[in-house]
Design a protein around this ligand. Structure first.
Ligand code: HEC
Ligand code: HEC
Length: 326
């Protein structure tokens, strides 16, 4: 309940009526299949204080570079320097299953997270994406932008009980080939199936004159930085297999598991912004995902293997180290 109290004190008086309180947890955990769930329609949102915040949150989510990026009129509101928008990864404004949808995310926090070794709030996760996926800065916890993001995610989660088991949340794992990724095959897959939209060099294609992109950059200065979840080969491969080329959905994947794995490695070998102090992530190294592309690691496998696999030998070693520690 701490969170709802915090939120209400954070919101202005007008918004107190909005009552962004959490619904009581269900006695039995309910299961909701997001692929069968109809998200609410943004067109039906009203002009009451909550509705206004939801609509601002939607604008921030789908048009980030213009709203709070390089094109923001108020320089204090230029929180992101790059060209990505939240929706570029959280597809269909955060409603597409297995592209880390945010429908239902409202009721899933706070939540333990190994990267920070702490209980993260939804606000922490939003700011995590600002600092890494968006290669920007955190937005203030008590600012209108954070309230708008929270209102948007709360609204997207309408009707989904807190703590429900969500099918289609996060991403869908690929079947890992039991070998290191093949960068040459990855380059070929990229040239054949990605370059037409994302560009030969992966740096995307602009949408007109503004800072935004029609086809977002997968590499280069306007893309996500090296601390983002997408730089993990298995995360990227899962995203791409079940969501790309654009228009693909999880029930009809286009790329094979191996092509997704190889193209993930190829894209991750390209240059991108560098985030300092990544060695501070995952204070408990035994909880560090095996495909985290930066050290330090609990094991002695070469960094190349953490980047490109194969990962099963690393998992076996981590299991052994964890057992020895008990
Ligand atoms: C038909 C055009 C098209 C093709 C082909 C395509 N993409 Fe995309 N991709 C997009 C669009 C458009 C988005 C952003 C979606 C949105 O904002 O709604 C996107 C988003 C992404 C993202 C997340 C955003 C980012 O910039 O990191 C990744 C990763 C990605 N694509 C990888 C790939 C890979 C790898 C391939 C080839 C296997 C591929 N895409 C093929 C159009 C395409
Ligand atoms: C380059 C891709 C990318 C972009 C752009 C991006 N995210 Fe994310 N986001 C992810 C990935 C991948 C995860 C889950 C894995 C992880 O945390 O690394 C995630 C997780 C989240 C979560 C937690 C969801 C859950 O179910 O646990 C929230 C909330 C979130 N992002 C909000 C945002 C917001 C708001 C923006 C825009 C300011 C944004 N993201 C931009 C890739 C992205």
């Amino acid at each position: 309940m701490k969170r709802s109290i915090h939120l209400i004190s954070m919101l202005s008086l007008a918004a107190a009526a909005v009552a962004m309180a959490r619904e009581a947890p269900a006695a039995d955990v309910q299961q909701i299949d997001l692929a069968e769930w109809t998200p609410p329609s943004i067109g039906s949102v009203g002009d009451d204080p909550f509705g206004k915040l939801v609509k601002y949150g939607y604008a921030l989510f789908t048009d980030t570079p213009n709203q709070i990026g390089p094109a923001a009129i108020d320089p204090a509101k230029r929180f992101v320097g790059g060209g990505l928008t939240c929706q570029n990864c959280h597809l269909k404004a955060g409603t597409q299953p297995y592209s880390v949808p945010l429908m239902g995310a409202w009721g899933q926090f706070p939540q333990y997270r190994a990267r920070e070794a702490q209980i993260d709030t939804l606000e922490d996760r939003i700011n995590g994406c600002f600092e890494r996926s968006m290669n920007g800065h955190v937005i203030p916890l008590d600012g209108t932008e954070m309230k708008a993001y929270l209102a948007y995610i709360k609204w997207l989660s309408t009707g989904i009980p807190d703590g429900a088991k969500l099918i289609g949340a996060g991403m869908k794992s690929i079947k890992e080939p039991g070998r290191a990724a093949d960068l040459d095959n990855g380059a070929k897959v990229f040239a054949d199936t990605c370059a037409s939209c994302h560009g030969k060099d992966g740096r995307g294609q602009r949408a007109g004159k503004g800072p935004g992109y029609q086809f977002p950059p997968l590499a280069g200065p306007d893309s996500y930085n090296n601390g983002a979840g997408m730089t993990r080969v298995l995360t990227f491969a899962s995203f791409v297999r079940y969501n790309m080329p654009f228009g693909t959905t999880f029930d009809a994947p286009v790329l094979s598991d191996t092509d997704a794995y190889d193209v993930a490695a190829y894209v991750n070998s390209l240059e991108r912004p560098v985030r300092p102090n990544l060695d501070k992530d995952f204070p408990n190294k035994l909880q560090k995902p095996v495909d985290t592309p930066y050290g330090p690691y609990a094991d002695d496998f070469p960094p190349e293997q953490h980047k490109y696999g194969p990962f099963d030998p690393i998992r076996a070693k981590i299991k052994e180290l964890a057992a020895a520690r008990r």
